[in-house]
Write a protein that binds this ligand. Structure first.
Ligand SMILES: *Cc1c(COP(=O)(O)O)cnc(C)c1O
Length: 357
């Protein structure tokens, strides 16, 4: 198939070198070699994310780790903050798992504010709260730092569960400093790998809580994952070995770039794409809460997004239509992973050209 450079918020563009790393000879997942590969990936990920928490790469998409988080630690009331499709998904997963779930919902495009969370948690009895660090449907970056500070100060016992699927290794936030209990993310967003792996970063107290939960399930069981890791650095079930080769290589590249440089590159691409969007359309996100890894544009010119995308396809590029209910009313340009300013200039210039703006 012809190559289209992906400006969609997952799967993102993967460098050829990373794609090729998957093509190595298969090794047994019970080999010493796999244990070493897994350990390298975990150690480097912790270094990049500057965390001392437990960290595991699961063979799953991010949604699996969202469900896993709930199953491992939530036995009572949980509050889901909802301001888009993905934050709503976590609420739905919670209900599907039979959790005592309630939601704090705000209009799409708006951010969740600490005072809203405060008002809800003040009602009492909550065990955990979920926050979507970067809402990929609306292009809103929720103020995770302020929300976490509020929860940690006023509700120290409430576990903070974070969906950072489209933020991790692009955007920056301090997992340990903020006292986040569980952070989940996928490989196919800002990490810029093919889909198939997902990360869970787990605090000591989340692990301690998990050990008291009797029906925490099997596949995502944190304690089982840790026990196997402590034995021989392996995983309880068969991992996607090929993806681990690619991950190993990509983590080296991220370390070489430096996470803070990577974050600055994302900020620069975000500012550029946001300014461009404001000039020709309108930024969908509430001002001050715009995503660092993608921009959702309100389709103020009533263009047919589908047609724009097929024209861009002829030029070897692809952007994303709006998500769910806001399809065609919005469109999304991702600026995450290994994309550069040159790429952002290329795609925005092409859009101007196609639409004759
Ligand atoms: C993509 C995405 C998900 C879903 O992740 P999968 O890897 O597709 O399961 C969840 N949350 C957010 C914020 C996302 O961007």
């Amino acid at each position: 198939m012809a190559h289209k450079k992906l400006f969609i918020p997952g799967p993102t563009e993967v460098r050829e070198e990373v794609l090729k790393a998957q093509g190595q000879w298969m090794i047994g997942h019970r080999s010493k070699d796999f244990g070493e590969l897994n350990k390298r990936c975990i150690d480097k990920s912790k270094q990049i994310l500057n965390t001392k928490n437990y960290l595991f790469w699961y063979t799953s998409s991010g949604t699996g780790c969202m469900e896993g988080a709930l199953r491992n630690v939530v036995t009572g009331k949980i509050l889901h903050t909802v301001n888009g499709a993905f934050s709503d998904r976590w609420f739905k997963i919670s209900k599907a798992c039979g959790k005592q779930a309630s939601s704090l919902a705000v209009e799409w495009g708006k951010a969740i504010k600490p005072e809203m969370v405060d008002a809800e948690l003040a009602k009492g009895g909550y065990q955990a709260v979920t926050i979507t660090q970067n809402e990929t449907s609306t292009g809103v970056r929720n103020p995770i730092e302020d929300i976490a500070k509020l929860v940690r100060t006023k509700y120290p016992d409430v576990l903070i569960l974070v969906d950072a699927v489209s933020g991790i290794m692009g955007d920056w936030f301090d997992i340990d400093g903020l006292g986040l209990d569980i952070v989940v993310a996928s490989s196919q967003k800002a990490v810029a790998l093919p889909p198939g792996l997902a990360i869970s970063v787990i605090s000591q107290r989340a692990l301690d809580k998990c050990r008291t939960v009797t029906d925490r399930g099997y596949y995502f069981d944190y304690d089982a994952m840790l026990k196997r890791y402590e034995k021989d650095f392996q995983t309880p079930t068969t991992p996607a070995v090929s993806l681990f080769w690619a991950l190993d290589l990509q983590l080296d590249a991220i370390l070489k770039e430096g996470m803070q440089n990577r974050y600055q590159r994302h900020l620069e691409m975000a500012r550029f794409t946001r300014d461009w969007t404001a000039k020709y359309f309108k930024v969908y996100a509430e001002p001050g809460y715009e995503s660092v890894t993608l921009t959702t544009a309100a389709n103020t010119r009533n263009i047919v997004v589908k047609d724009l995308n097929s024209e861009l396809g002829k030029r070897g590029m692809q952007i994303s239509n709006g998500y769910g209910d806001i399809k065609e009313k919005t469109f999304r340009i991702a600026h995450m992973g290994d994309l550069t300013m040159a790429d952002m200039k290329e795609v925005t210039t092409a859009i101007v050209d196609v639409l004759k703006l």
